[in-house]
Design a protein around this ligand. Structure first.
Ligand SMILES: Cc1cc2nc3c(=O)[nH]c(=O)nc-3n(C[C@H](O)[C@H](O)[C@H](O)COP(=O)(O)OP(=O)(O)OC[C@H]3O[C@@H](n4cnc5c(N)ncnc54)[C@H](O)[C@@H]3O)c2cc1C
Length: 406
């Protein structure tokens, strides 16, 4: 796979494609509200099928105020959260590969993913369940393999050590730009820095009012991320937004943690809730800054309002990540290089909602509540949203993600 324009050049290229597609048109087959992870993929699938599409994004594409910033997102198939996600993940892997082939841009990076945790942790029990049910290759690592291949880690003897060799990461800023640029090449219009204020059904069509104009469409797809509860009021009680912290560290020995020498990893520390995870160090020009060994803690952060988030990371979050590294990856921490915040949108059961908006079962579709684990699915969710909006149903197995379960 040939790569790789620097991210800044890809940005310039895609924004000139967005500019070229600006039209005075007000009527569309489908409007996509929110052009981030799921919305950019949805615009692409709709444009590819020949529909007249308008994507509306309140900020730039991409941006750092929602859920998609920060270079990398883990993609894996032995899904510890729920085995029912695995068929959707098969589709996601295939669709990422198709997009790479169509655009000549690498978006998926196979690094392998390590899993460490006590045998009774949800991480280890859940990944084994999914792997067994769907024959996903995962292997135990012996002490010798750990010492020879992954000497960066210091893992307690009573933890299981497993690897999913076909896992790795996808790169969100590049993916969102690639989907948006390709959608525009295929005829979609995308408006940046235009906020949708309201939508309503009028007769058989949907009217969408923004801070600049009013548009009309037959179908509306809402992919508004952390703002979904504001633009779909009936959903607001089921979605809670939290502020999450990501850090980029300067390791003691940089070469041991560079891409090619270090995999993606997850650790369920028995003394802490949730799961710690991290990535190899990546080139800032290709993937976007900052430089450093990136890691985070997958557990609910500070409850927040998407429009009024305190973006200054808490000292306690920084200390949490540093002490985690000192405990499990001691050479990974010499100093902190950068620390940022990002938003999760939780549903009560931490599973997504992919469905029609209740009360608008023919016209308005939503993808919401990704609960901190959605990006890897964007390539499948875009196709699902396009199916629901234009055909009313999809062949993808999304029944367990219906809105009626709450
Ligand atoms: C720190 C962190 C780490 C993560 N790690 C992983 C991981 O390793 N693997 C993984 O698979 N997932 C991961 N995720 C989760 C994943 O990134 C999210 O689930 C995914 O990005 C959500 O996509 P989205 O389209 O719903 O939201 P977004 O990508 O934020 O897109 C929503 C868009 O809608 C726009 N919008 C909202 N309201 C309006 C409006 N009124 N008018 C116009 N535009 C609007 C927003 O500006 C935004 O651009 C992580 C998330 C975070 C925060």
């Amino acid at each position: 796979m040939s790569l790789m324009l620097p991210l800044s050049e890809l940005y310039t290229q895609v924004h000139s494609q967005i500019e070229r597609q600006q039209k005075q048109q007000k009527n569309f087959d489908v409007i996509v509200l929110g052009v981030g992870s799921m919305g950019s993929a949805t615009c692409y699938y709709l444009a590819k099928q020949g529909h007249r599409v308008l994507g509306l994004e309140q900020f730039d594409i991409p941006h750092e105020l929602g859920s998609h910033a920060g270079q990398s997102r883990i993609i894996r198939k032995a899904y510890f959260e729920h085995p029912d996600y695995v068929p959707l993940l098969e589709a996601a892997y295939n669709n990422w590969r198709d997009l790479e082939n169509e655009t000549g841009t690498q978006l998926y990076f196979k690094t392998g993913l390590l899993y460490f945790g006590k045998p009774d942790s949800q991480l280890i029990k859940g990944l084994k369940l999914s792997a067994e049910k769907y024959k996903v290759p995962v292997y135990h690592l012996s002490s010798n393999e750990m010492a020879s291949q992954f000497s960066q880690f210091q893992i307690p003897d009573d933890y299981e050590r497993m690897i999913e060799p076909d896992a790795g990461f996808v790169t969100p800023e590049r993916a969102i730009l690639t989907y948006t640029g390709r959608a525009c090449q295929l005829g979609a219009s995308v408006h940046v820095n235009e906020k949708t204020i309201a939508w309503k059904k009028v007769g058989r069509s949907i009217t969408v009012k923004t801070d600049r104009d009013t548009y009309y469409c037959s179908k509306l797809v809402i992919t508004a991320g952390a703002w979904a509860g504001k633009i779909i009021p009936t959903l607001s009680k089921q979605l809670s937004v939290t502020r999450q912290t990501l850090a980029w560290m300067q390791p003691r020995n940089t070469s041991k943690f560079e891409s090619g020498n270090f995999p993606c990893w997850t650790i369920a520390d028995q003394e802490k809730p949730g799961i710690y995870y991290g990535f190899p160090m990546l080139s800032a020009s290709t993937f976007g800054g900052p430089i450093g060994l990136k890691l985070g803690h997958h557990t609910p952060g500070l409850p927040s309002d998407a429009d009024a988030v305190d973006r200054i990371p808490a000292k306690a979050d920084e200390d949490n990540l540093i002490s985690m590294l000192n405990k499990f990856i001691p050479e990974g921490y010499a100093s902190i290089r950068s620390i940022k915040t990002c938003l999760y949108t939780y549903t009560p059961d931490e599973n997504f909602i992919l469905d029609f908006v209740p009360g608008f079962e023919k016209e308005v579709v939503m993808a919401a509540g990704f609960s901190g684990h959605g990006f890897k699915f964007a390539s499948a969710v875009g196709e699902v949203m396009a199916d629901l909006a234009t055909k009313g149903s999809t062949e993808h197995p999304i029944g367990f993600l219906n809105a009626a379960r709450f």
